[in-house]
Design a protein around this ligand. Structure first.
Ligand SMILES: Cc1cc2nc3c(=O)[nH]c(=O)nc-3n(C[C@H](O)[C@H](O)[C@H](O)COP(=O)(O)O)c2cc1C
Length: 209
């Protein structure tokens, strides 16, 4: 299937089949693909949690207004924004570039200063909002990658982020929940699978200038 066909096949799965788990290879392929998501300056200012623990998922379901996808999907992927984007964070990133590319640190000194200048002009809330945006790019890639691999998925922001942070111990990790993606396989009787896709007509969406 082309990516377009995969996205026609996908829908926001409301009812997962709890008996159908993804294979380890399927999950790994998905994570490897999401790993390649681009981000502003390449900072990847978020982390991605893969939640399988049944007891934790019960708690997450309660914090997500009882939505069944939290417990019935194969895994819950939580995208969490970094809350401490500072000089040390940038230094670690630059060190990593130097190591991966085998270059002198001086070759990326200007780049480091540009990033430090940009984050220096942002308030703490702005930096977190910026990190959330990057996490949503990863969410988009994850939905596309899952769909291409025939993995059903449901993006969700219908949850209490504060409670998610508490359940997952994110504050201590310098993180806060952005958005989640439940993945697995649709239940045969999920009637949402048969609904026609509703999207704005192209002439209302695209503006050609
Ligand atoms: C960021 C985001 C948050 C969403 N939150 C929820 C949610 O909490 N629960 C849910 O069942 N669907 C949720 N959806 C699914 C949307 O309702 C769905 O994608 C939209 O209606 C289009 O339908 P389709 O994905 O089936 O094509 C969310 C979608 C996105 C992109």
């Amino acid at each position: 299937m082309s990516l377009k066909q995969s996205l026609e096949w996908r829908y926001a799965t409301k009812k997962f089949d709890p008996a159908k788990k993804l294979s380890a290879d399927q999950l790994q392929h998905l994570l490897d693909t999401v790993h390649l998501s681009p981000s502003s300056y390449g900072l990847q200012q978020y982390k991605i949690l893969v939640v399988e623990d049944a007891a934790i998922r019960e708690q997450l379901r309660d914090a997500a207004y009882g939505q069944a996808q939290l417990t019935d999907s194969s895994q819950v992927i939580v995208f969490a924004a970094e809350t401490e984007i500072n000089e040390a964070y940038v230094k670690k990133y630059i060190d990593h570039i130097v190591e991966v590319r085998g270059i002198e640190r001086s070759a990326v000194a200007d780049f480091e200063n540009v990033i430090l200048g940009a984050i220096g002009r942002m308030g703490e809330d702005q930096k977190i909002a910026w990190a959330h945006k990057q996490a949503y790019i990863a969410l988009g890639i994850a939905m596309a990658a899952a769909s291409e691999a025939g993995i059903d998925n449901c993006p969700m922001e219908g949850f209490n982020a504060g409670k998610f942070d508490e359940i997952l111990g994110l504050k201590e990790k310098g993180l806060t929940t952005s958005v989640i993606l439940c993945i697995g396989h649709r239940a045969e009787d999920d009637h949402y699978a048969h609904f026609a896709k509703v999207r704005k007509p192209a002439n209302e969406l695209f503006i050609h200038i």
